[in-house]
Design a protein around this ligand. Structure first.
Ligand code: FDA
Ligand code: NAP
Length: 448
């Protein structure tokens, strides 16, 4: 264990994607303000270096939020960690403004995130996968003033334990495959796409299929069509055709910071309305320009009498069979699930993600975490899991709170505000070093 990992941290962040990077920025600004209440922190990330959905950094893919929804601006418009500060630092601010586009490419935003993480890197341990969080074995819960975070080190230092007064779990979305379909050398999930694609000889990819009607599927279908001019590309689309992502101004308000309160303190009916009316802002939908670009490619081929981009609509992947080197995709079409088999050289399942689920990490600690009627965690407004009173340490979630805090839970839109709220909560609940019991923040409503 290095020196900086000894002692007990006020905060240990688990996972270091944009969510916990934003928290590290909030902590850095708190420190720089010279407040008395300094908060010690360490962030643990299993990847060897910073990476934000690297396998989907496709050449022309753009962000799905405004550049102003960066790591800090909504919380602190004068932050030196803003996207504008980044542009200024790299000497590209005038050119960015001339481009008149609110939506940078994902590659440019990735460079921004890398620039920001480099400024807080001394508080991050990369190559560190958290396996479990538990109470110290020698302490009763009510006496424990810290949790133990067990980390497996990718650099061969074995297992080590880190002590934390609070943990902030932010391990991200979990890739979801069609039921019963396993990944292998030629059956990929979109989350591993570029790595798999680069490892495969393109000459071996003459018939490829992409399953799904979301942004990932459309971007991958476009990429494969452009990168493999010799190949036939099959898009397996459950709907009649790709649907547009609604990012019009009124609908976009559901991603405003104030919408979190409307959702959290709203009735069951209010929360239901968010999902019923506005799922099409994010799930199974595609940006307008990507849809039009794909249609354009297909139409131009029609004019030329070429057929190499085929849309199999009202169709789902039901199974995959492996016959020697051949991959056979079993498709179900329409209401009667008419069966069709498609032989391909590779199938990409852009079939989405499940929400973050921390139960596995929490292990035995889970019995102190309160759950609502639907069996999901009760989460306070400050993103802390509601726990039995004897557990004094805080377990915060960045992600996995769709049921309590709404649609922004898995997105970037509200990162800056959410990180600030978590920091405020940790500061407010902090046990003064010489005092006996923790200062408990006022609990907000608790939802099931
Ligand atoms: P994220 O998944 O980014 O990070 C989690 C981190 O935890 C990872 O680095 C992972 O390695 C690490 N980790 C996991 N388990 C661990 C363990 N046990 N120990 C240690 N580390 C562990 N949203 C949006 O608002 N606008 C957008 O433009 C996009 N674009 C976008 C593109 C693509 C391709 C996808 C798949 C998703 C998006 N999203 C998005 C949604 C996406 O959830 C969001 O951009 C962020 O990735 C959320 O950041 P997090 O830090 O919460 O998770
Ligand atoms: P998604 O929106 O959840 O879409 C998954 C798609 O897979 C749905 O259309 C789903 O259809 C379909 N599907 C599921 N099972 C299937 C099966 N067996 N056969 C065929 N299709 C099946 O997932 P996503 O596209 O990966 O997007 C996830 C998140 O990442 C979103 O927030 C998105 O905005 C974001 N993203 C952003 C960018 C970017 O910023 N440029 C790029 C990619 C993704 P049903 O709904 O009918 O099940």
């Amino acid at each position: 264990m290095s020196d900086r990992e000894s002692g007990t941290y006020d905060v240990v962040g688990i996972g270091f994607g944009p969510s916990n990077l934003s928290l590290a920025v909030a902590l850095e600004e708190h420190r720089a303000n010279g407040t008395e209440n300094q908060i010690s922190s360490l962030f643990l990330e299993r990847q060897a270096s910073f990476g934000w959905h690297r396998n989907m950094l496709l050449p022309s893919a753009t962000m799905q939020i405004s550049f102003l929804k960066d790591l800090a601006t909504f919380r602190n418009p004068t932050s030196s960690f803003s996207f504008i500060a980044y542009l200024h630092a790299v000497g590209r601010l005038p050119q960015f403004v001339n481009n008149q586009d609110f939506f940078p490419t994902r590659q440019e935003f990735h460079q921004y995130l890398e620039w920001a993480q480099a400024r807080v890197a001394e508080r991050v341990a990369y190559g560190s996968e958290v396996r479990s969080i538990r109470l110290p074995s020698d302490a009763e819960p009510e006496r424990a003033d810290h949790l133990r975070v067990e980390v497996v080190d990718a650099t061969g230092r074995g297992v080590r334990t880190i002590e934390a007064r609070n943990v902030v779990i932010s391990t991200g979305l979990v890739p979801s495959m069609p039921e019963g379909v396993e990944r292998d050398e030629r059956v990929w999930h979109s989350s591993e796409f570029l790595e798999r694609f680069r490892r495969t000889d393109p000459r071996e990819l003459c018939r490829v299929a992409v399953a799904g009607a979301g942004q990932s599927a459309a971007e991958i279908a476009r990429f494969l069509y452009d990168e493999l001019p010799h190949a036939e590309v099959y898009a397996v689309v459950p709907s009649y055709g790709y649907s547009i992502a609604d990012d019009s101004p009124f609908a976009n308000q559901i991603f405003d910071p104030s919408a979190v309160d409307d959702y959290y303190f709203g009735t069951e009916q209010t929360r239901d309305a968010f999902w019923r009316y506005h799922s099409n802002t994010n799930y199974s939908v595609v940006d307008d320009d990507v849809i039009r670009g794909l249609y354009r490619r297909w139409y131009d081929d029609e004019v030329r009498g070429v057929r190499r981009l085929e849309f199999l609509n009202l169709t789902r992947v039901a199974d995959v069979k492996r016959l020697g080197a051949e991959t056979r995709v079993i498709l179900h079409k329409g209401p009667d699930a008419e069966v069709r088999e498609l032989a391909v050289d590779a199938l990409v399942c852009a079939t989405g993600y499940d929400a973050m689920e921390p139960t596995g990490l929490l292990g035995d600690l889970d019995r102190f975490c309160l759950r609502g009627e639907a069996g999901r965690y009760r989460v306070e407004r400050d993103y802390r899991i509601a726990t039995a009173p004897e557990l004094r340490c805080g377990i915060y979630l960045q992600g996995g709170t769709e049921h309590t805090h709404g649609l922004t839970s898995s997105l970037l839109s509200n990162l800056a505000m959410r990180s600030g709220e978590i920091l405020d909560s940790i500061v407010a609940r902090r046990v003064p070093r010489d005092a006996g019991s923790p200062v408990l923040a006022k609990a907000g409503g608790e939802l099931g």
